[in-house]
Design a protein around this ligand. Structure first.
Ligand code: AMP
Ligand code: TRP
Length: 342
C-alpha cells in the first residue's frame, strides 16, 4: 500500500440517548474540548442513528439530541471552531454505512463485546441495526477521512473494527483511500467507574442513580453522591501502584486527576496519606467547581431551541462539504454510475 498522508482531522460522537454523565464528560466531552484547542479540524456528532438501534421514544430523542448539543457547547465546544452535527442530518453517514455493511463480515460483528452485552441472550430479537452498529460507526469516521478519534476505553474494539473495515475496503478495491484511524484513548478519564462498584463502568443504563453523576445534577446532589461513594478503609497511597486491587479508590483518584487535567501521580503526590473523609470533600468541591457552570449554561442554552437548531443546520452544511465528495469518490471506486450531483 502506498503511503498516502491524510490531513489530520478529529471526529467523535456521543449518543443522544439520555442523560450525559461524568464518564461521558471526562472520557469524551472534556477531551473533545482539548482537541478543539489544537490546530486541527474537529467534528463532533450527536449520533441519533446509533441511538435508535435500541428503542427511543421519538419525543425524548428530539429533546436529548438538542440537550446533547447544548451540553457540547456548554462544555466548551465552539460551533465556529468545531463542526457540530446531528448524524441524521448528514445523509452520507448512512450511505457509506451501507457500503461498509457489504465490506464487514458477520464474524467480525459477532465478536463485538458491546453487541454481546447489549443483545444478551435475546440476540434473535435484537435489531439488525444493533448488529450493524460498528459499520455505521466506521462510516461516521471514514466519511470524513478522520485520522484521530478520541473516545473512552469501551469504544476501543469498535475503532479496531473501523480500521479493519478501512483496510479490507482498500485491499479489496486496490486503493489507498480510507485512512487507518488512530484511536485516541489517553488520560485518567477514559474509564470512569460506578460510584457504587469500582469494577463496573459508570453508565446511563445503571439502575442506581447514585452510581453516576449526571451533568444535570445540582451541586448538592453531586456532593452527596461523592460523599456516599463506595470506598475502602485505608488512607490514599502516595504512588499509583498502591491503587492496584483498590478499584473504588483508584476510580476516585482517576476522576480527580481527569477533572483537574493532572496525572494520577501528580494527584497522589498531593493527597497521598489522606483519609477519604478528607479527600472526598476535596473531590466534591472540584467536581462542583468544574461541572456546575456547564449545567447552568446547558439549561440556559436549552431555552433557545431555535439557536441550537440553527447551529446544527450550519454544522451539517459544513460537514457535507467534506462528506459529499468523499462519498462520491467511494461510489466511483465501488463501480456505481455516478449521478451528476450527490
Ligand atoms: P455513549 O454515551 O455510549 O454514546 O458514549 C459517548 C462517549 O463517552 C464515548 O466516547 C464513550 O467511550 C465515553 N464513555 C461512556 N461511558 C464512559 C465511562 N464510564 N468512562 C469513560 N468514558 C465513557
Ligand atoms: N459508539 C460510540 C459510543 O457509544 C458513539 C459513536 C458513534 C462514535 N459513532 C462514532 C464515537 C464515531 C466515535 C466515532 O460511545
Amino acid at each position: 500500500m502506498s503511503d498516502t498522508t491524510f490531513t489530520p482531522r478529529v471526529f467523535s460522537g456521543i449518543q443522544p440517548s439520555g442523560n450525559l454523565h461524568l464518564g461521558n464528560y471526562l472520557g469524551a466531552l472534556k477531551r473533545f474540548v482539548d482537541w478543539q484547542a489544537k490546530d486541527m479540524e474537529t467534528i463532533y456528532c450527536m449520533v441519533d442513528l446509533h441511538a435508535i438501534t435500541v428503542w427511543q421514544d421519538p419525543k425524548d430523542l428530539q429533546k436529548s439530541t438538542r440537550e446533547l448539543c447544548a451540553g457540547f457547547i456548554a462544555a466548551g465546544l465552539d460551533p465556529e471552531k468545531s463542526i457540530l452535527i446531528n448524524q441524521s442530518q448528514v445523509p452520507e453517514h448512512a450511505q457509506l454505512a451501507w457500503i461498509f455493511n457489504c465490506v464487514a463480515r458477520m464474524g467480525w460483528m459477532q465478536r463485538m463485546t458491546q453487541w454481546k452485552d447489549k443483545a444478551g441472550k435475546n440476540a434473535q430479537n435484537a435489531s439488525l441495526g444493533l448488529f450493524a452498529y460498528p459499520a455505521l460507526m466506521a462510516a461516521d469516521i471514514l466519511v470524513y477521512h478522520a485520522t484521530h478519534v478520541p473516545v473512552g476505553e469501551d469504544q476501543k474494539q469498535h475503532l479496531e473494527l473501523a480500521r479493519d473495515i478501512a483496510a479490507k475496503f482498500n485491499h479489496d478495491y486496490g486503493v489507498d483511500f480510507f485512512p487507518l484511524t488512530e484511536p485516541v484513548i489517553e488520560g485518567a478519564g477514559t474509564r470512569v467507574m460506578s460510584l457504587r462498584d469500582g469494577t463496573k463502568k459508570m453508565s446511563k443504563s445503571d439502575v442506581s442513580d447514585a452510581s453516576r453523576i449526571n451533568l444535570t445534577d445540582d451541586a448538592d446532589t453531586i456532593a452527596k453522591k461523592i460523599r456516599k461513594a463506595k470506598t475502602d478503609p485505608d488512607a490514599l497511597p502516595s504512588e499509583a501502584e498502591g491503587l492496584e486491587e483498590r478499584p473504588e479508590a483508584r476510580n476516585l483518584v482517576n476522576i480527580y486527576a481527569a477533572m483537574n487535567s493532572q496525572s494520577v501521580d501528580q494527584v497522589l503526590a498531593d493527597v497521598g496519606g489522606k483519609q477519604f473523609s478528607e479527600f472526598k470533600p476535596m473531590l466534591a468541591e472540584l467536581s462542583v467547581e468544574k461541572m456546575s457552570p456547564i449545567t447552568t449554561e446547558m439549561t440556559r442554552l436549552m431555552q433557545n431551541q431555535d439557536e441550537i437548531d440553527k447551529i446544527l443546520t450550519r454544522g451539517s452544511e459544513r460537514a457535507r462539504a467534506i462528506t459529499a465528495p468523499i462519498l462520491r469518490q467511494t461510489y466511483e471506486i465501488v463501480g456505481m454510475v455516478p449521478p451528476a450531483e450527490i
